[in-house]
Design a protein around this ligand. Structure first.
Ligand code: NDP
Length: 295
């Protein structure tokens, strides 16, 4: 019988610890961490994420600064806003919601964010630090995946981990984190040959592809732990809209030892880890000790 990894419950527990950390920072150092979220354009999924991030930021007692800019915003105007936020002492974390409109170079924008306020962990310096295993702000979705795995598997050492997807924001940082945990890591992608048999080698299989229900049950090694990062909106055979992952849950959950559902798996962990990163960033900027409950 496969265990369902409850990301919703784990995220709630993490948020409640972050709330306690914020209250300790305020009581002991008179510090209220602040997170600025910048949204350019009207992408409906991005609007939902930004609203949710702002709500959860306020719920744990932090300050939220929302900046909504029109779709037509120029790259230079966005750079100027980020430079202002870089210099604002009340803003400890800056997140620019991706994807950005086509006229804006995302790489330039991400690398304009002060590396110490880069709570998404996408700045090239944080990415480089992660790849050499040194201290960095870790991208939120990969950090959430690692927490889910550590809750499920006592010791990751020596496990065969296969990650399907090599994006800079999900696949590659997950690979770095798992290497740090001493897994043997394979990164698969759209040019990988015989993907099902590569997946069948995995003790830990992570799907971060963006193709609805691509990973089938017969791709999964019996007893493996499967983390499904995918969030895909589809219309089912009865015409109803629903969210599915990159894993075919019904067939895979017959074989897995443990699996994350979609929704309710990786998704909720991402925002909880963003709150955690904002607290970590705040403590580093203000040179105060991280409340114990945060670690
Ligand atoms: P990207 O589109 O940036 O990357 C997708 C990766 O999957 C690429 O490396 C691509 O390979 C690979 N890929 C695509 N098709 C196939 C295929 N048929 N076979 C094998 N590999 C394939 O996506 P992201 O990494 O940004 O996101 C991945 C998924 O995770 C999406 O569903 C997204 O919605 C979800 N997501 C969820 C988050 C959460 O909070 N839960 C946060 C971020 C993303 P190649 O490089 O060769 O093109």
């Amino acid at each position: 019988m496969s265990t369902v990894i409850d990301g919703k419950a784990l995220a709630e527990a993490l948020r409640s610890r972050m709330k306690q950390a914020v209250s300790e920072l305020q009581a002991e150092h008179d510090i209220v961490p602040g997170l600025a979220v910048v949204l350019v354009g009207e992408n409906p999924a991005s609007q939902i994420y930004v609203k949710s991030k702002a709500r959860q930021t306020v719920e744990i007692g932090m300050q939220s600064f929302e900046h909504r800019l029109p779709e037509s915003t120029s790259e230079d105007d966005l750079v100027q806003l980020i430079e202002e936020l870089n210099h604002k002492p009340q803003v400890n974390g800056i997140l620019v919601q991706l994807p950005l409109p086509a006229q804006i170079n995302s790489e330039r924008i991400i690398n304009t964010i002060n590396v110490n306020k880069d709570v998404d962990g996408f700045h090239v310096e944080n990415t480089g630090r992660l790849s050499i295993g040194s201290d960095s702000l870790i991208p939120c979705t990969p950090a959430g995946c690692l927490i889910l795995l550590k809750q499920t598997i006592d010791d990751l050492t020596g496990k065969n981990a296969v990650i399907v997807g090599r994006s800079n924001i999900v696949g590659k940082p997950i690979a770095q984190l798992l290497l740090k945990e001493h897994c043997t890591v394979t990164i698969a992608h759209s040019r990988t040959r015989d993907l099902p048999s590569v997946c069948r080698q995995a003790d830990i299989l992570i799907a971060a592809v963006g193709v609805p229900e691509m990973v089938k049950g017969d791709w999964v090694k019996p007893g493996a732990t499967v983390i499904d990062v995918g969030i895909n909106r589809i219309t089912d055979s009865s015409g109803k809209n629903k969210l599915v992952g990159d894993v075919h849950y019904a067939s895979a959950s017959q074989v897995t030892g443990a699996i994350t559902p979609v929704p309710g798996g990786v998704g909720p962990m991402t925002i909880a880890c963003l709150l955690q990163n904002t607290i970590i960033a705040t403590c580093r900027q203000r040179r105060v000790k991280l409340p114990e409950v945060t670690t």
